[in-house]
Design a protein around this ligand. Structure first.
Ligand code: AMP
Length: 295
């Protein structure tokens, strides 16, 4: 059917097709559009877990065809970060994705995405990407927005689905789509958590049982802030103090930031309203965990 696509049949009984180059991906989606099919796109860096797969469920709900990308984007990692050791589990990923109903899995190489090594033109997130994750990871959101813009231009989906887990990323992508007039709808899917509350993440596999227990304090601190909001507390400073008290008494955990922000602008707020967010990040051992809740 998609003659232009070089494909490999995954090992599960499914008709998901792997698409390995930009030009093949363009042919596939051009063909779909010509047939009048709507396309939902789920960008990922692989090492798939239930959090990613819930995005697929959402994508399937809103479009005829689901394209997932798996690309560990070097541009969004600082030289000191874990690009080299980021988990790469393509065989498992393709089984999970096809089992969940992904139609096309796009796995471009770094050379295809960045033939000049680093692009000359990049997308700057402006004020949305300056604080919090943007402050602890300078240039991170430039890398994210640049790869998302490239992937949007390659796949040209009607809708793209992102996870609330990376809320500042969501705010930056929405701002890019708004300010640069991408004709793409952005859907946000709630954070999927383990039974004990830990937000699922590809990086959780690095955690020793002890570190995992320490990391869990981040979600507990965020939940305590949400509970205090539920009891009527509206001062951001008081809510932040509630969370900080919990993070600071844990030995072996390094808090990076914890703040109450407007979920669209990522500017700190003083008086907290429904729809604002508490965002936090901690480091346990070598692993950095981020999480958030929306009040
Ligand atoms: P990543 O592979 O970490 O770049 O994530 C790809 C997409 O999956 C992003 O939109 C993430 O926000 C989303 N995602 C990752 N973990 C979760 C989770 N626990 N719940 C919901 N979405 C998630």
């Amino acid at each position: 059917m998609f003659a232009a696509a070089r494909t490999r049949t995954p090992s599960t009984a499914s008709d998901m097709q792997l698409v390995e180059t930009i030009s093949e991906m363009r042919h596939v989606t051009a063909d779909l559009r010509a047939k009048g099919k709507s396309i939902a796109f789920v960008p990922t860096m692989g090492a798939l877990h239930e959090g990613h797969l819930k995005l697929v469920d959402e994508a399937k709900r809103v479009a005829d065809v689901v394209v997932m990308s798996v690309f560990v984007n070097p541009l969004q990692f600082a030289p000191t970060e874990d690009f080299a050791r980021y988990p790469r589990t393509l065989d498992d990923d393709s089984k999970l994705a096809s089992g969940r109903g992904v139609d096309f899995m796009f796995t471009p190489t770094k050379e295809d995405m960045y033939p000049e090594h680093a692009p000359v033109v990049m997308v700057h997130p402006g004020s949305v990407g300056k604080e919090w994750e943007g402050a602890v990871r300078p240039h991170h959101f430039e890398g994210v927005l640049t790869v998302v813009a490239k992937l949007f231009h390659i796949v040209m989906p009607d809708v793209a689905v992102f996870g609330q887990k990376d809320l500042q990323q969501v705010a930056a992508v929405k701002a890019m789509v708004r300010d640069l007039n991408f004709p793409i709808g952005i859907l946000v899917s709630p954070t999927v958590r383990e039974g004990d509350g830990l937000a699922m993440s590809s990086r959780n596999r690095y955690l020793s049982p002890k570190d995992r227990e320490l990391g869990l304090i981040l979600s507990k601190a965020l939940f305590a802030m949400r509970d205090a909001f539920g009891r009527g507390e509206r001062r951001a400073s008081a809510l932040e103090a509630t969370g900080w008290r919990m993070l600071e008494r844990v030995v072996g955990l390094t808090p990076r930031y914890l703040a109450v922000v407007n979920a669209d602008t990522f500017q700190r707020v003083n008086n907290v309203r429904h729809g604002d967010a508490a965002v936090g990040a901690v480091r346990v051992g070598e692993t950095k965990l981020i999480d958030n809740i929306i009040f």
